[in-house]
Design a protein around this ligand. Sequence first.
Ligand code: UDP
Ligand code: MN
Length: 308
Amino acid sequence: MSEVRIRPRQVLVLIIVFLVVLMMVHRNGKRTCQGPDYLQAIYAQQQADTLPTIYAITPTYYRPAQKAELTRLSHLFMLLPHLHWIIVEDSNTTTPLVKNLLQRAGLEKRSTQLNIKTPPEFKLQGKDPNWIKPRGVEQRNLALSWLRSHVDVDRHSIVFFMDDDNSYSTELFAEISKIQRGRVGVWPVGLVGGLMVEKPILNEDGTQVTGFNAAWRPERPFPIDMAAFAISMDLFIRNPQAIFSYEVQRGYQESEILRHLTTRDQLQPLANACRDVLVWHTRTEKTKLTAEVALQKQNKHSDAGMEV
Ligand code: UDP
Ligand code: MN
């Protein structure tokens, strides 16, 4: 049998071809996770299975702009693999609108669709402005009870109350991932409480919260917005009494939940020692549909057969 002889030059060519193929594969791999360093770090930690899951709880209700708001949020989830979305609809059933949205964003496996209707007596608003009934109470509590019976308590995870109309940076979720077991992370929120920014005030080395700059009801135990904090899940397991309540005054929901879970000096400051704004308390303008109403009087709809 004749010997197959490989010359050193052929070996060299083979090695070069192998290296080129390796570089191409590597570059293709990289293409799927381009972006800023904090996102790269999230993807690397996700690969290593060292990222805590963030359970984002979103109460939502039907109005003309609902799908637009939820579509905005869904893009965050598409970029951030460690988020699990608990959407709780304020309705008697879950809706195809939310189901379709989750499906089209490819989030079926990383989301939970729940529903609970706010009882009508709690929807009455506007008589005494100090007692306007809080929104999303029933929905957030249902999500908490779902979490208490579904999460793996041995794995560190984090809970964030994520209203559907605010504006969130992906960077916020990199910060939330830093929350330690047993702690509540806090950071500034833009455009809220009559200020450009509401923020915790820190000690000199930026490690402890010593106060808050709130102008609206600064006497609250925790004068911060719902978007200003996230909570290590183990605190909810250890404190089963921690739920939202209808019995508290307007603006006291945040204090109501936090008082069961932490103290001011235990808060974990995030977002560059509370110097960065990564979330804004935006509110979408009420939709004007005068022409649509006119159409409806003729029994017509601009959106006939369409989901808007
Ligand atoms: N929400 C709800 N049912 C309602 C009103 C509001 O589920 O009847 C939800 C809403 O979609 C949002 C959260 O509760 O995710 C807070 O409501 P909103 O943004 O109107 O409150 P605000 O901005 O005034 O704090
Ligand atoms: Mn809002």
